[in-house]
Design a protein around this ligand. Structure first.
Ligand SMILES: *[C@@H]1O[C@H](CO)[C@@H](O)[C@H](O)[C@H]1NC(C)=O
Ligand SMILES: *[C@@H]1O[C@H](CO)[C@@H](O)[C@H](O)[C@H]1NC(C)=O
Ligand SMILES: *[C@@H]1O[C@H](CO)[C@@H](O)[C@H](O)[C@H]1NC(C)=O
Ligand SMILES: *[C@@H]1O[C@H](CO)[C@@H](O)[C@H](O)[C@H]1NC(C)=O
Ligand SMILES: *[C@@H]1O[C@H](CO)[C@@H](O)[C@H](O)[C@H]1NC(C)=O
Ligand SMILES: *[C@@H]1O[C@H](CO)[C@@H](O)[C@H](O)[C@H]1NC(C)=O
Ligand SMILES: *[C@@H]1O[C@H](CO)[C@@H](O)[C@H](O)[C@H]1NC(C)=O
Ligand SMILES: *[C@@H]1O[C@H](CO)[C@@H](O)[C@H](O)[C@H]1NC(C)=O
Ligand SMILES: [Cu+2]
Length: 784
């Protein structure tokens, strides 16, 4: 809330006034609406900066994350020697020790939450999830545990197995576990010694060398690719090099080294080989021989300077006329129209209500989404942000990202008011466990109501007078947006959940940030165009998987498929036409769990319905799943890098039966287990009925990233966008607009022609708006 203040005495006294806007109420006639500028000095200031009115959530937020005190108590508990986990403090640990990797909130079971939400049961107990990297064991693994809260005499640590269906529960073999700093450190001496032994070559070709990550002479940046294993039996580390700098992703070098790094005994680690110019050199000697034969010269030298890829103003591009004026803004000039319960992170807006939760692994999640008091969704959450690349060098050709692997939620951070979210937005902190503490990212989540820029509904009837109508009704559209931006390495993924006043809910993801680019070669344009002097935009797919656990009114739901088919028929009043085609509907329910695809020509509609809940017209109530932009799935189905670890990203959508054990589409370390997944989405499809059952819909957003020079310096949110709409489908008896007051009803008197305006008491405000921007910076991250 810091970027707007009501007066110069507010928080930021050095604030710069950004703009002034005034609207005057009135019934200007004959002009229907007119804005007038130039107000008297005593005109009041709009309530842009007021906090949202508060409300009290009907129930506790049982999905909320565990508190900083709970995190600390769990940390202390698992480190207690009597618990027997034999833990070393992470700052002192190496790969051969046992140490806590992270603590997070264990999701509450739906079967435990519903009796609390809908009945008189006690709130279910909370549990912490603890990931311990157990390198100190004979058979080193990553092991997940669950710990019931609060910690007390006799607290237990239990293996957390039920969330993973791959057969080994919460155990991940060392070779497949997250490639953390300890694993990098274990292979660093080998990397440094090999790269030092060829420093003369890299200096000659690239003007830089790598002597080790902390060696002062090092002036190349190294980056390790994922995955690092296929099944946990072996492990490799692919390192690519770039020029250092803040836009390092855009200045890649054509030099890669692959190390075999299986096990915790680093004395057994070995070189697999070097790659440059698409050639593989299994030894230093073979690389040196090619170098000495003059075969390694680069076709296009990379630019060491990378300021060209900064997201700042580039005066050399010139100036556009009138661009020195402030651009239009979406402002909540009538005051905030949503209520918020900060303690429970519970929101009410125009008939909607929902709870928000946040975890380290998945980030923002929504629970118990109701419209006018009836449940629509039990849960709506992002499950995975995957990406797979194409190319002919070890980085692009082998990269698969699962961003939950990097603890996706930890990357949500600072939003700039007025730019990332409109001026006057409610900015909320997010926090997540980090070590024994809880890290707080201020202003990482925003709520705002915005004008979508079109009326929700309008109609003009009768045209026999001077106005061209005898009645004109028009209704304002509006939606409450919840937004967060997660910057996971190179990319900024912007998630926006929009709750529209008509009862529909839109999920939208946009991507900006740096491409993971490759060194450019003329003969490699099948993986993307040249986008800068020595840089290629690497072809890749983004697939973001969401879980929509619909509960239309209650948990007995079906996935209804309405196909628009063309059938031959006859029309008795046109017997002479014989048999001919007409369209009709073919409505069926999916009998069993299935992975699904959008039909051709948009002729297939998927709706989640409650077969027993009927509207006034006897039609089953439901929500339709409307594809939006770029509803794609992963292109490559049979790659060893994503084979069985990424099944959730390989269809447009899917329907399964709800199980507490099928909480997640993916497990966060699955990216290193493509051939032997810890959690296998394919196993969800075991023929269970989804007709009149508690069902879950999984859907994918994303894009095939056809890279372009307009991805320089960063990919644009305007083009890199994917969305989906969940819209009422016979859920109500009529359109959800008749009860809205933000509308005009204009009637022309048939005799006199005089217009009468009905504004239902919602007049335009008479107030001035002052936008002020802080000049003293943004809030810093803290740990509590
Ligand atoms: C880490 O090791 C140092 C040196 O042995 C020791 O002083 C320190 O207490 C250890 N840290 C923790 C948290 O155990
Ligand atoms: C405890 O872990 C250390 C490594 O940190 C290991 O050397 C030791 O053998 C372990 N002790 C037991 C009893 O497992
Ligand atoms: C990088 O380091 C190498 C030697 O370590 C040196 O020859 C080269 O000039 C350095 N490059 C830059 C740009 O500093
Ligand atoms: C948000 O975080 C900031 C900075 O850590 C802190 O000062 C502020 O009190 C937090 N706000 C809330 C509502 O927790
Ligand atoms: C309708 O009948 C015509 C003539 O037999 C045939 O060519 C056409 O394919 C039929 N259309 C459908 C949808 O069956
Ligand atoms: C209607 O859809 C069902 C399920 O896909 C299918 O079995 C049936 O043949 C379809 N009927 C027509 C007339 O296309
Ligand atoms: C959740 O449900 C699963 C499957 O029934 C069960 O194994 C697990 O213990 C439950 N978790 C909690 C925290 O109660
Ligand atoms: C139209 O205007 C006339 C003249 O003022 C008035 O008598 C009549 O009641 C008006 N009709 C309506 C429907 O308001
Ligand atoms: Cu991309």
């Amino acid at each position: 809330m810091h970027a707007i203040s009501l007066s110069v005495t507010a928080k930021h006294t050095q604030a710069v006034s950004l703009g002034f806007l005034a609207l005057v109420t009135g019934r200007p006639d004959p002009v229907l609406f007119r804005r007038s500028m130039g107000l008297a000095d005593d005109v009041k200031v709009c309530h842009l900066t007021d906090d949202a009115p508060t409300t009290k959530a009907p129930k506790l937020n049982v999905w909320s994350q565990i508190s900083p005190e709970e995190v600390k108590s769990v940390w202390d508990f698992v480190h207690n020697p009597s618990v027997g986990l034999n833990l070393t403090a992470p700052e002192n640990a190496t790969v051969t020790d046992n140490y806590v990797y992270f603590i997070d909130t264990l999701p509450v079971n739906k079967t435990a939450a519903l009796p609390y939400l809908d009945g008189n049961n006690e709130a279910p107990p909370k549990f912490a999830r603890v990931v311990i990297f157990e390198g100190g064991r004979e058979d080193p693994v990553s092991q997940e545990y669950m710990v019931k809260l609060p910690i007390h005499e006799g607290s237990q640590v239990e293996k957390l197995d039920y969330l993973f269906n791959g057969g080994s529960g919460g155990t991940v073999p060392f070779n497949a576990r997250y490639f953390d700093g300890k694993r990098s450190a274990a292979s660093e001496p080998l990397l440094a010694s090999l790269m030092t032994s060829i420093a003369d070559i890299t200096i000659d070709i690239f003007g830089g060398a790598y002597y080790g990550s902390s060696d002062e002479r090092t002036n190349l940046t190294s980056a390790t690719a994922t995955p690092n294993s296929f099944d946990g039996t072996t492990a490799y580390r692919t390192v690519m090099f770039r020029y250092p700098g803040l836009a390092s992703y855009m200045v890649p070098l054509d030099f890669y080294i692959i190390l075999n790094v299986a096990g915790t005994d680093s004395s057994l680690y070995a070189l697999k080989g070097f790659v440059t110019k698409s050639r593989f050199f299994p030894t230093v000697e073979s690389l040196r021989a090619a170098y000495e034969a003059g075969e390694l010269a680069q076709e296009f030298p990379q630019t060491r300077d990378n300021t060209w890829a900064y997201v700042n103003h580039k005066p050399e591009m010139g100036v556009r006329d009138l661009d020195d004026r402030l651009a239009p803004q979406s402002l909540e000039i009538g005051g905030k129209r949503y209520k918020f319960d900060p303690a429970e992170r519970y929101v009410e807006y125009m008939g909607w209500s929902f709870y928000m939760a946040f975890t380290r692994t998945l980030g923002l999640m929504f629970y118990d989404i109701k419209y006018k008091g009836e449940r629509v969704l039990y849960e709506l959450s992002m499950q995975e942000a995957a990406a797979q690349y194409g190319g002919h060098q070890p980085k692009a050709a082998g990269t698969v990202y699962h961003d939950t692997y990097y603890s996706f939620g930890t990357y949500s951070a600072t939003l700039v008011e007025g730019y990332d979210c409109p001026f006057g937005s409610t900015l909320l902190n997010i926090s997540f466990p980090e070590g024994s503490g809880t890290e707080v990212h201020p202003d990482a989540l925003c709520l705002f109501e915005a004008d979508p820029g079109y009326p929700l509904a309008r109609h003009r009837t009768g045209a026999s007078n001077d106005w061209g109508f005898s009645q004109l009704g028009t209704v304002k559209a509006s939606s409450l947006h919840v937004r967060t931006v997660a910057t996971v390495g190179n990319y900024d993924y912007m998630f926006t959940y929009a709750f529209h006043v008509d009862g529909s809910l839109e999920v939208e993801v946009r991507a900006s940030g740096y491409l993971q680019s490759s060194p450019y070669y003329k003969d490699q344009e099948k993986w993307g165009p040249r986008i800068y002097e020595a840089t290629q935009g690497s072809l890749h797919d983004h697939v973001l998987t969401f879980k929509a656990d619909f509960d239309i009114v209650d948990t007995k739901n079906s996935l209804q498929v309405t196909e628009l088919i063309v059938a031959n028929q006859t029309q008795p009043w046109f017997e002479e036409l014989g048999i001919f085609e007409q369209m009709e509907l073919n409505v069926t329910n999916k009998p069993t769990e299935e992975m699904l695809y959008w039909g051709g020509n948009g002729q297939t509609m998927y709706s989640v319905i409650n077969p027993d809940a009927k509207n006034a017209w006897g039609v089953p109530r439901g929500y339709r799943i409307v594809p939006g932009r770029s509803n794609i799935h992963l292109s490559v189905e049979h790659s060893p890098f994503s084979q069985k670890s990424s099944t959730f990203s390989k269809s447009h959508l899917a329907v399964t039966r709800h199980h507490d054990s099928e909480q997640y589409a993916n497990s966060w370390q699955n990216v290193n287990l493509a051939k032997r997944p810890q959690h296998d989405f394919a196993k969800f499809f075991d023929g269970e009925s989804v007709d009149g059952e508690d069902i879950v819909v999984w859907f994918n957003l994303g894009m095939h990233h056809f890279t372009r020079s307009e991805d320089v310096p960063v990919t644009l949110f305007s083009e890199a966008v994917s969305s989906i709409l969940l819209a009422p489908q016979n859920f109500n008896d009529r359109a959800q607009e008749g009860d809205l007051l933000n509308r005009r009803w204009i009637v022309a008197n048939s005799t006199t022609g005089q217009l009468s305006y009905e504004d239902y008491g919602v007049a335009l405000p008479t107030c001035k708006v002052q936008l002020e921007e802080p000049v003293d910076g943004l809030s810093q991250w803290t740990t509590v």
